[in-house]
Design a binder for this molecule. Sequence first.
Ligand code: TXA
Ligand code: MG
Length: 330
Amino acid sequence: MPKTSPIVVADDDALADAARRLHAGELVAFPTETVYGLGADADNPQALRRIYAAKGRPATHPLIVHLPDASHIAHWARELPPGAMALARAFWPGPLTLILPRAARVNDVVTGGQSSVGLRVPSHPIAQKLLAAFAALGGHGIAAPSANRFGHVSATTAQHVADDFGDSLSLILDGGAADAGIESTIVAFTGAAPVLLRPGAIDVTAIAQVLGAHPGQPDAGAPRASGTLASHYAPKTRARLVPAHALLAELAQHLARDEDVAVLARTAQKPAEFDGRWYAAPRDSEGYARVLYAALRELDAAHADSLLIEDVPDRVDWQAVRDRLTRATH
Ligand code: TXA
Ligand code: MG
């Protein structure tokens, strides 16, 4: 019998099937406006454990709970500080995750044993429909980390998800290529002042405008986030960040040593004699973020000896991309 693909077009039947599966404790991968998520019923510890097992993720790394709208916050969070409420009003539905003190009923599996919980209302129409269908069955939220193996590059298409998980997933809802291409911005409200745990699709400048002040940087007491590990979002090929002005000289040195090199360029022009894999990424930060993970996956598939990545501007609008590139090349 031919093997059927787990990737399905997210029509009404597929969405109803997906909601039923989540309700029954199964995993379903689905698109969001940032990256694809690997979803499970956030109130079902057994289902949540399947996420950790499928990803190979340590049990102490908490999951983000996705909600249909802000009215579901009270099920999960003990309090909603005014700053968090202002951010939710400004950016939900959208690529913002709030870390809040958890409500007593929240299980330890979803929080990784922490006293806080991560919440996000995604804007992607398929994610919205899935959350609504799941809520209609009595569900309170879908826990979903990025749908990639732990430490690997996130998935921005249904095929990326299938590539990472092979046969172990029975349903991947296809919503085309993710729009932002980079994960949500995470702001924690668990201490005296808000803290930026992970730069992401929403610029920190926009966050600061709503808060009236810049969020702080995480210190030793801040809650853990796996996206803040020194090495994360990593391709399998050994990757190096190279300043734009040094890229071509560096490439020439590798080629002189007869090494196979792949290049992720932004402003540099491909030398006519170079016949390896060369990915020309957009010059603007939004366009670059949209293709970053797809580019890293594509370049990885060249199985080169090394991957040279042209460095990006050291500016605040590049903060999220720069963060991912730094971790990918650690
Ligand atoms: O855009 C996104 O946020 C995507 C889509 C699927 O929503 N999700 C995502 O999830 O990136 P994940 O698990 O790959 O990254 C979420 C990060 C992790 O670093 C996790 O440790 C952190 O959020 N996190 C979740 N809950 C937390 C909590 N209670 N305290 C601190 N960090 C938390
Ligand atoms: Mg992730």
